[in-house]
Each structure stands twice: as C-alpha cells, then as structure tokens.
Write a protein that binds this ligand. Structure first.
Ligand SMILES: Nc1ncnc2c1ncn2[C@@H]1O[C@H](COP(=O)(O)OP(=O)(O)OP(=O)(O)O)[C@@H](O)[C@H]1O
Ligand SMILES: [Mg+2]
Length: 446
C-alpha cells in the first residue's frame, strides 16, 4: 500500500528556519525598538522600562533634582507632526539613540497619521528617546512624547544647566513645523471632532478653477482684493503694519456657488496656505481649538461653510451655542498674522449682528442668482461638449430665476433621461416640469 502521508510530506517545500536575527533584520526600526523594550520588560531588566523621568536621569547621568523639563503644549496635530520630526531625528542618529518605555512598564507605541489618500506616516505615539551629546545638540537630551489626548505632551528632558539648550532645540523643532518638513502644510485638510478634540486629516482632492464658476466680473474683482492680502500685497501690508489677516463672509441663497467659490479660493492658495475645512461640530464647540491648529501650519485658511446652521442670533432665533466662543475667537485671531477666515451663509441676517460686524469679517460678498447672460454661460459650459443644435439664449430665458445649481440639475436630468441626444423642447419640458428637483422642494420655470 502507498504511504499517502509520506507522499504529502515529500511535496512540502523545504523551509529555511528563520533566525531571530533574520526576523529582527526585516522588522522596522520602530518594531525593533518596541521589541527590545518588551524583551527587557519580560526579562525583568529595568534599564528601559522605568518611567521617562528615571530613564532620563540615568541616561543623562544626573541627579533627579537636576532634571529639567521643557514642554510643548499645543493642538493634537502639532504633536503628531512634532512626533514625525522626532522620528526623523531618531532615524538620522540611528544606532546612537536609545528608546525607552513611556511609563507604566509599557513598551513604546507608534501612531499613524494620514498624509494623503493612500499615504500614511508612522510616528512615535508614546515613548522616551535618549539623544547622546553630539546628536540632537552638543548636550545630551531626552525627548518624551505622549499622544493620549488627556495627557498630550511633548517634553525635552535635560539637566538644569542644559535647559537653555533644550529650549533652543524645542524652538527649532517648532519652527520646523511650519516648514516643508511638515507633510500636511499647504494641503487642504478637514477638521472634525473625535474623542472630544479637533483632529485634522487630508481632504480628498478638491481642486476647483474659476472657469467652472460663472460669476459677474465685479465679484471676481472683490475676490482678487481679498486674495491680495494673502498673495501680492501681503508683504506690503505687513511692512506697513496693516495686518494680513482677513475675514470674508460669502452670502447668498442656496445653490448660487458659495461652496464652489470657497473651493476656488482654497485651490488658488494651495501650497502657500494650509486650508482647514471645519465640520459643524468643530465650528460649534471647538472653534478656538480649530484656530489653534493653525499654529501648526503657518499661513492658514480656515473655512466655516454654512455658519448660519451653527451660529444663530443671541436672541434665541437660531442655535447660538457656540456664538460667544466664536466671537471671542475671531477677535483673538485678528491679532495674529497669516490667518484667513472664509465663512458662508445662506442668509447673513440669520447671523448675529455681532458676528457680521465689519471688523470681524472685513468683507461680505453676496453672490446673486445668475442673470440671463450668466445662465447662458453655465448652460454652454455643460451643453457645448454635446454639440447639439440647441438655442442657448432661449433656454436661459426659460430658466429665469434658476440658480447655477438648478441649471446643472436640469441638464443632469436630461442626460439621465435621454443620454447625449436631446432636443430643445425636451430640455424645456424638463425645466418646466420641475421633475429635476427633489419632490419636497419643487419649483417650475415657465
Ligand atoms: N454661478 C455658477 N456657475 C457655475 N456653477 C454653479 C454656479 N452656481 C452654482 N453652481 C454649481 O451648483 C452646484 C452647487 O453649488 P454650491 O454647492 O457652491 O452652492 P452653495 O451656494 O454653496 O449652496 P448651499 O447654500 O446649498 O450650500 C455646484 O455644482 C456648483 O458648481
Ligand atoms: Mg454650500
């Protein structure tokens, strides 16, 4: 009889046994550091698993009474980006830097930050690292980081005598936050509230061009004036002591292109300014934290879309939970350079008069519904590629009173119903029927 089990055995590939060294050799620097501390922890060898202060005292070779701590306390994103700089320094001085436990006998932890749709960085989350003399500075220093939101801290531990050195190192690291070394700088970010604090992440590409938005010429000129404080006139304003900080309130009925305009502005400032798009929760409850995040990026554009949904009248006619905070923050922000705010609202009257006060928003732009000529331009933009024999001016007349969003919806409905071949009368019939609109809110153009 055939020995089946033996046959099966023969077919098994010959596996080389992996040695601990080969496993560790393939592991990342982070994994190796964690495993080493874990190993010491299990082996009851206390050199790296002591609390960060004791770790620092040992490695700095000082008495506990001589230990000084130079702390940074800032918003969560700053901490993550400082963590990334710490990672870079650990890599630069690999082999000389010693990593230790963040305390409680735990191994170091790493966290991930999103820097793009498919891109992530692994940064230190909770750990302490010792940098010998001649690495980070001429003096030996330790850096401890803790990213738990109730404990958030980045601290440089040094001897009392080396505290000025630690302060200089921290200052340099903070200035590097606002340089190209910050992978989130100049990007479009979304802010939301998670675990009781504001978190920002990279927003999906939101590029928008002026050519896609049909507005009267005088409105574009006002947009240019607003942008000048961030671009061409920035240095001049600064040198004259006139402040570069501007607030723009974009008002207008639903569907006239307010959000689209904000996207155009954010796209034009991308690279120079970091844009933070605030969600309703961060606007309502965490507006101060939202602006604090701008400390991480240098020039920042804060976008508060649809603020009327969040900030109403103080007389109780709207939801005004965050209004006092909002007003106080906006007043504070005005003292700071390089922060632009753009807010949008359907109805500026629904905002508290104090929120609109001209010193809070330097400029109010009211987007009108498009006139006949503008409606024709929007129609052409979407219909010309089809090359159909349509009477655009006549369609623009039929769509009297329509917003840009309405015009787009009518065309969309026609494409959904007829594909790329439809006639003038079919398009007019759709516009007049109102069936391109959600049933709740039907309007007809006659
Ligand atoms: N003037 C316009 N030119 C071209 N497209 C427009 C115009 N106005 C609106 N649109 C289009 O209509 C859609 C809705 O516009 P958008 O979201 O900017 O409106 P909104 O004013 O922010 O509305 P809401 O108050 O409801 O938020 C977008 O696809 C936008 O491109
Ligand atoms: Mg909008």
């Amino acid at each position: 009889m055939k020995d089946i089990s033996k046959q099966a055995d023969d077919r098994r590939p010959v596996r080389e046994s992996a040695t601990i060294d080969s496993i560790l050799g393939a592991a990342s620097e982070e994994t190796r550091a964690s495993l080493r501390v874990l190993g010491e922890l299990l082996g009851n060898e206390p050199s790296s698993v002591v609390p960060p202060t004791q770790f620092a005292v040992r490695h700095l070779g000082i008495d506990a009474l001589q230990l000084a701590s130079t702390k940074f306390s800032g918003p969560g994103t700053s901490l993550a980006i400082l963590g990334n700089l710490l990672r870079l320094e650990m890599e630069r001085h690999a082999g000389r830097v010693m990593v230790g436990s963040p305390g409680d006998g735990l191994p170091p932890t790493w966290a991930q930050i999103d820097i793009g749709p498919e891109e992530r960085l692994t940064v230190p989350g909770r750990l302490v690292a010792f940098f010998p003399a001649g690495t980070l500075a001429a003096e030996p220093l330790c850096i401890s980081i803790d990213d738990r939101h109730w404990q958030r801290e980045f601290a440089i531990l040094s001897s009392n005598a080396a505290k000025p050195v630690a302060e200089r190192v921290l200052k340099t690291l903070q200035s590097r936050l606002k340089s190209e070394e910050n992978p989130l700088r100049g990007r479009v970010l979304e802010a939301c509230v998670n675990d009781g604090c504001v978190r920002v992440s990279v927003s999906p590409a939101l590029h928008a061009e002026r050519s896609g938005l049909v507005l009267p010429e005088d409105l574009w000129r006002e947009v240019d004036v607003f942008l000048a404080s961030a671009t061409g006139r920035r240095e001049l304003l600064r040198s004259l002591g006139l402040g570069t900080n501007r607030g723009l309130l974009v008002a207008g009925p639903p569907g006239v292109g307010k959000t689209h305009l904000v996207r155009v502005i954010a796209s034009e400032l991308a690279g120079r300014y970091t844009t933070i798009l605030a969600d309703a929760n961060s606007m309502r409850h965490h507006v101060a934290d939202l602006y604090a995040e701008s400390d991480t990026f240098g020039p920042t554009l804060v976008v508060l879309d649809d603020i009327d949904l969040v900030l109403g009248h103080r007389d109780g006619s709207g939801d005004n939970t965050g209004l006092a905070d909002f007003l106080a923050t906006l007043d504070g922000v005005r003292q700071r350079e390089d922060i632009l705010t753009i807010a949008t609202t359907n109805d500026p009257k629904s905002l508290d008069p104090a929120a609109q006060r001209s010193s809070r928003f330097d400029m109010v732009l009211t987007l009108p519904k498009p006139d006949e000529a503008c409606r024709a331009r929007i129609l052409r933009r979407h219909l010309d590629p089809l090359g159909l024999p349509l009477d655009i001016p006549a369609l623009a007349t039929v769509l009297d009173g329509a917003t840009g969003a309405d015009v787009k919806e009518v065309i969309r409905r026609a494409v959904l119903e007829y594909g790329d071949q439809f006639t003038q009368s079919q398009l007019v019939e759709i516009a007049e029927s109102g069936r391109w609109q959600a049933a709740l809110n039907r309007r007809r153009y006659l």
